[in-house]
Design a protein around this ligand. Structure first.
Ligand code: HEC
Ligand code: HEC
Length: 295
């Protein structure tokens, strides 16, 4: 069958994302047995991007790695394998395993029990619009070093037979000045070493010395400095709606980033202001339970 299975379609749909030009490392989902992909947008040469996969655990003797022939919505046989070069399979010591390319979209790897990494480079489809069949742009990819990247996952990422339900974790390394836009959940908590430059935007109006001097929140220095929590982990600097906050709960624009801050052991996730320069937090973060902690 040429179309890949329904299960994979769901995975692809779930992970579909375009237009990535990024600010810091992005990664999605975190489990032990997962496809762990790294896409390197820093060391790009010849408008080609290196993709590295740390494979999930493989039990069979040989295994076949596929990239899609067709993706939903295009009704064309696009053969995304056409854009993949320098395919290599490696064991945990970096030794090459034998690879046979079966057709343009798949590669069989011998001794697959030893497989640890797959690595290849990807060329983009926008620069190859004259190649036949041309790929309809919304399904394609763009690689324009230090300018922009359009990353449709099926152009860059593949899958193994019988492992279509395994989770994908994607980490994108990119120049610091690039910003990423994605429909996926960005699991990068933006841990940032504090400096005047790192938070230049906030310090333009708010006084760095006062904040790090704990003049308001007596634990500012601890969290911003030692824990390297970004301001956005605790504050919604664009403001919070009246349905979320009142003078007590969520005062001082406190609105925890729920991707990383979870309820306390008592099941509560809340900030209460208790008056001038005093408040309490119910939450779990950086492995610490606040049930509550009061300052
Ligand atoms: C761990 C959570 C946390 C982090 C991280 C954090 N804050 Fe706060 N911040 C608070 C709390 C709680 C208060 C309320 C203090 C009070 O009771 O007045 C506060 C108060 C403030 C205030 C109002 C009082 C004042 O000092 O003017 C500003 C402004 C502020 N924070 C800016 C920042 C900036 C900028 C950063 C990042 C560099 C940051 N905060 C990081 C928790 C945090
Ligand atoms: C253009 C100036 C400006 C910039 C830039 C700015 N703020 Fe503010 N911020 C303000 C003003 C003005 C207030 C309202 C002060 C007040 O209510 O007394 C405020 C209020 C806040 C408060 C609530 C203070 C309180 O006690 O209620 C927090 C927290 C805060 N800002 C955090 C940030 C963070 C984090 C950044 C960077 C992402 C940032 N701000 C960038 C001007 C700025």
């Amino acid at each position: 069958m040429r179309l890949f299975s329904k299960k994979l379609l769901i995975v692809i749909k779930y992970f579909q994302f375009i237009l990535l030009s990024l600010l810091s490392t992005l990664s999605y989902s975190q489990t032990n047995n997962a496809y762990k992909f790294k896409i390197d947008l820093v060391n790009v040469s010849d408008d080609k991007v290196r993709v590295e996969l740390t494979t999930p655990v493989i039990k069979s003797n040989t295994i076949t790695y596929h990239v899609p022939k067709i993706v939903p919505g295009t009704y064309s046989e696009d053969d995304f394998g056409r854009y993949i070069e320098q395919f290599r399979a490696l064991d945990k010591n970096g030794k090459e395993l034998s690879v046979t390319q079966n057709d343009v979209n798949n590669w069989s790897i011998a001794d697959a029990g030893k497989l640890s990494k797959i690595s290849y480079v990807v060329n983009d489809t926008y620069d190859s619009l004259n190649a036949k069949p041309a790929i309809f742009e919304p399904a394609g990819s763009n690689i324009q070093k230090d300018t922009d990247y359009v990353i449709n996952n099926h152009c860059f990422l593949g899958y193994f037979d019988d492992m279509k339900n395994v989770q994908y974790e994607i980490t994108i390394q990119h120049p610091a000045n690039m910003y990423g836009s994605t429909a996926l959940t960005d699991m990068d908590n933006s841990n940032t070493a504090e400096s005047a430059a790192a938070y230049a935007l906030c310090y333009k109006c708010h006084n760095r010395t006062s904040i790090l001097g704990n003049q308001s929140f007596s634990r500012h220095q601890l969290h911003i400095g030692s824990v390297q929590a970004s301001c956005a982990l605790c504050h919604d600097s664009h403001g919070i709606s009246s349905t979320q906050g009142n003078a007590t709960n969520n005062a001082h624009l406190v609105n925890f980033d729920k991707r990383f801050v979870t309820p306390s052991s008592g099941g509560i996730l809340r900030y209460d202001s208790l008056g001038t320069r005093t408040g309490r937090c119910y939450l779990t973060c950086h492995g610490r339970n606040h049930n509550p902690e009061t300052y």
